[in-house]
Structures are given as C-alpha cells and as structure tokens.
Ligand binder design. Structure first.
Ligand SMILES: C[S@@+](CC[C@H](N)C(=O)[O-])C[C@H]1O[C@@H](n2cnc3c(N)ncnc32)[C@H](O)[C@@H]1O
Length: 352
C-alpha cells in the first residue's frame, strides 16, 4: 500500500532522497511502521530490546537517575523517555526509585501510548519531545531510538560523493544515484571515516538534530542514548555494504525498498558524530559499552547477589523458585553479553 503511494509520488516529483523514503516507511501517519499498526517492541513483535529482556535494565538506570538527581539537586527529578515502547524501562525505573519523580513518555506510536497509559499511569504520554515542558532538571533516556531516525545515504565516488535516491521502475522501488546535497557531503566527509570506492555512509543528520533538541530541553542533568553502533572508525569495516537493514519478527528482514511500512528499518549509530554534537552544545560527554555502563551502576553486583541467593535455594529451597531466579539471572546476563547487548554503546551527555 505505502509502496504504491511512494511509486506515485516518485512518478509525479522524481526520485526521493533515502531519508525521505525512510521517514515515510517508519512515520507515514497512515502506513508507517511505527505510526500505524500494533505495538512493536514486545516479545511477540519485531525486535527484543534491553528493557524487554530484563527489568534490571530500567532498575540499573534508576541508580544513574538517582545520582544525577543528587548531583543537580533535583527533587522531584524529571525523567523523560523518548521512544518508550511498551513502558518496560519506565515501569522498572519508577518501581526502583525511592524519590519523587515527574515522568514523561514520548512515543509516536498510538498503540505504544495506549500501553504506556495503562502500564505506567505515573507517566504523561505525548507524541513529541516538543510537548515536554522545559527546562528539565533530570534525565532524557533514549534506548534504541536513534538507529531509527531517518538517514540520507552518501556513496563514495572517487574523492567525492553521490547520494542514494529511491526511484521507480515499473511497480518496483529501486535505488539510483544522484548528485549529493551539500549538507550530506559535509556530514559524510566529517563523520564517514575511511570509506572505500562505492562504499556507503548513513548520514545521520536527524540523530544529531534530535540530540541537540534534547540537550536544549535540559537545564541540569543529562541525555542518555543507548543503541547499537560504534565510533566512525569502528564502523569502517561496515562501509562497503552500509548498515541499513530491516527487521521482521526478530529476524533480518527483506530489502528496505521491498515493502516499506511493514518492517522495521534501522542502521548502526555513528557515536563519534553524536559526541561532536554534544560537545558543540557545551555538554560533557562520554561513550562506553553498555556492559561497562550497567556495571558502573551496579548490575554486576546485583547479579552476584542473585547467584548467591540461587546457591542458597539449591541447598535448601524451593525448586520452582530457584528455576525462576535462574531465568532472571540469565536474562540479566544477556544485558551484558560481549557480542550482544553488552556491546551496545551508551552515550551520556551531561549539562549543568
Ligand atoms: C526499537 S523501539 C524501542 C522501544 C523501547 N525504547 C525499548 O527499548 O524497548 C523504538 C520505539 O521508538 C518509537 N519511536 C520511533 N521514532 C520515534 C520518535 N521520533 N519519537 C518518539 N518515539 C519514536 C517507536 O514507536 C518504538 O516504540
């Protein structure tokens, strides 16, 4: 359906830049993957995220939020989660916190907002960051949000760049190349890192704009972004193919142009570019692996405590209780897995 609409648009106006295509695929009001249809980030959905894997993700972030509240003297402290999905992160975080908290959930998906309203009634659910009143003293969290923000695609040609566009051939959407827009060339040259001839750079202008906007909202506190991705250098080996891909029912999905609106479309986040945005905005910024971040805020200690309890249950406890605990430990360990969620990056940009 969306494919037909895009084909018509392209026939009328000519090929569209990839970011415009991706925006339609994810956010078209009637047919976008996130803006129409069911809740996506649940066990039966299309992807499984850290807060869905274990409540200890949100509970560990609560320790960070507590420390930020102390640091900036915020009481109550404000927490804003952007792209809050089913509310799993906020539920676990609010349950763990022992202080007054003003909770905001920003979600473009009407299905997710409905779920949030029943699961986290403490939260005010809105559909845009612009609806959160500032200035905020507290923390803005975004877990697996920035990988979805529409990117243009620059293609290396000699010592210059072309831009990947989406065109129409009969009933198919097809990739073509065209002259690159100025801001696309500028971003690719600044943040692309080493790119071989014909290699692809996802030009993440929208992710940078999002971070700038989130930082502007905060008077004192921080923005925390967790996602898959790497530094510009770390992404170099992925440049020949580029990193844009689709997900459907927990598996890699079809070609992004095949059936827009029906699949998640995502890419690796360029954390070097985000670091620069944060620094230019005057923030103190760090980027670490998710495992290091969570352990810094006590997850390894909590898991060790659970293992100790499991040993006691093994000696003289209830078998069912022990099995339940074992499964909770396994889920918490998944958050730290060095080749999985533990290798995600966490950017903390601190102001005030
Ligand atoms: C990959 S899911 C992650 C959900 C949740 N953060 C988690 O970790 O389980 C991305 C979520 O962000 C929402 N979303 C995508 N773009 C958004 C935007 N620009 N503003 C607010 N929410 C957005 C989607 O509807 C979806 O629920």
């Amino acid at each position: 359906m969306l494919r037909q609409l895009l084909l018509e648009r392209i026939r009328d106006r000519g090929p569209m830049p990839f970011d415009e295509f991706m925006h339609a695929a994810l956010y078209d009001p009637d047919h976008g993957f996130f803006t129409s249809g069911p809740l996506r980030s649940v066990a039966g959905g299309d992807f499984l995220t850290s807060p869905e894997v274990s409540p200890l993700f949100g509970a560990t972030l609560a320790r960070f939020l507590d420390a930020e509240a102390e640091r900036v003297g915020a009481d109550p402290v404000t927490v804003v989660e952007v792209g809050s999905g089913s509310g799993s992160l906020l539920r676990a975080l609010v349950d763990e916190l022992e202080r007054g908290v003003d909770v905001w959930a920003v979600e473009v998906s009407p299905a997710a907002r409905r779920r949030l309203e029943s699961r986290v009634p403490e939260a005010t659910a809105v559909d845009s960051l612009g609806d959160v009143p500032g200035p905020v003293r507290g923390v803005v969290f975004a877990n697996e949000l920035l990988d979805n923000l529409p990117a243009a695609v620059a293609v290396r040609r000699g010592d210059s760049w072309e831009e990947r566009l989406v065109s129409a051939a009969g009933d198919e959407l097809v990739p073509v190349s065209g002259p690159a827009r100025g801001e696309v060339v500028e971003w690719a040259a600044a943040h692309g890192g080493p790119v071989p001839e014909g290699g692809f750079v996802e030009v993440q202008l929208a992710a940078g704009a999002w971070l700038r906007r989130a930082l502007r909202l905060i008077e004192a506190g921080s923005v925390v972004v967790a996602d898959y991705g790497d530094s510009a250098e770390g992404l170099a080996s992925r440049r020949p193919e580029g990193t844009i891909r689709t997900y459907h029912a927990h598996h890699l999905g079809p070609d992004p142009l095949a059936d827009p609106g029906t699949v998640d479309m995502t890419m690796d986040v360029n954390f070097s570019a985000l670091e620069e945005v944060a620094r230019e905005a005057g923030a103190r910024v760090s980027v670490v692996r998710q495992a290091d971040f969570l352990n810094r805020w006590g997850l390894d200690g909590r898991i060790e405590g659970m293992r100790e309890q499991e040993r006691r249950l093994a000696a003289d406890g209830d078998a069912m209780e022990r099995l339940k605990l074992r499964s909770e430990i396994t889920n918490a360990e998944t958050l730290l897995h060095p080749r999985g969620l533990g290798d995600f990056r966490v950017l903390v940009a601190e102001v005030g």
